[in-house]
Design a protein around this ligand. Sequence first.
Ligand SMILES: Cc1cc2nc3c(=O)[nH]c(=O)nc-3n(C[C@H](O)[C@H](O)[C@H](O)COP(=O)(O)O)c2cc1C
Length: 328
Amino acid sequence: MSTATETLARAADTARLAPSVHNTQPWRWVVQGSSLSLYAVPGRQLREQDPAGRLLLVSCGAALHHARVALDASGWTYDVARSAGDGSTTADDATPLAVVHASQAGPADPGAMRRLQLLQVRRTDRRVVSDEPVSAAVREALVAAAGQEGSRLHLLTRDQVLQLAVVIEHAGDAERHDERMRAETAEWVGGDRPSGTGLPDTVIPAELPLTTVAERDFGVSGNLPAGSGHDEAAAYAVLYGDGDEPSDWLRAGEALSEIWLAATEHGAAVLPLSSPVELDFTRQALRRMLGEVGYPYLVLRLGTTDPDHAGPAHTPRLPVEQVVEILD
Ligand SMILES: Cc1cc2nc3c(=O)[nH]c(=O)nc-3n(C[C@H](O)[C@H](O)[C@H](O)COP(=O)(O)O)c2cc1C
């Protein structure tokens, strides 16, 4: 039987697999005895595209959820105290965003082990979606997954998808014409990425597909064959919630990870589209699309991808020694 410290260290190691904006992995973990603390790493915040730290905290929330799934699978009981946004700055590196306390070892749970395996195969797939839409039952499961983690998922109507296409085009134009944003993207995207962060060429489409809602234009061509289809069969959704504070963003990340886990279980592909939440004017436009009933955190494309062709490779991760510190 593993000790609490070993189990928590393994959970933090698993959390390296979490999705993060531009694969910045803006988190670090400290294990001490039976507690595991999650910290933001302000040095990996996108200062131009994410000045408030919204996407940084969504990313850290996804990592926290990954650690929770790993702990569920271990059989240990635990509780989580979240403190993001307690009057501290959003991306402070001295105040933990959350502290997990492990209390008691128990038998491993097969259902939770299956969820852990799903996190290990999850990845961002930027290929065009196939003609097979995500079924109504699966869409409902994804809405329920968001609700389970305290956020909400709004599936856009056909008219709203057309509005989204315009909003995304405006966000893309604004970011393309901003030299500092372009430079920031170039810092994180393209090439081999031997450092273990950022997006390598292998996961970036060789050519941007012609779709109603544009995928993010990273300004470089990768070598992922994206396919020649359209996005007719894709569904688009907005992840949103009642508040727009750091604590809401962390919870949104936990919801994103739960949604993605459910989608992976049902063979659906998720592609986050964050450019419309990065700019004030497009974020306001998204909020109006929600009827101003909540605050948007992220746009998601939901679809199924061609099962006969291998998807993109896994995106690299930072080595565990750089992310997880074990104190005596
Ligand atoms: C908050 C957030 C925002 C993201 N925004 C985008 C985006 O706008 N476009 C995109 O192609 N991928 C986006 N991604 C996906 C990341 O690039 C991806 O998670 C990361 O490169 C790690 O790769 P993986 O998900 O395959 O493990 C986003 C992910 C997160 C968590």
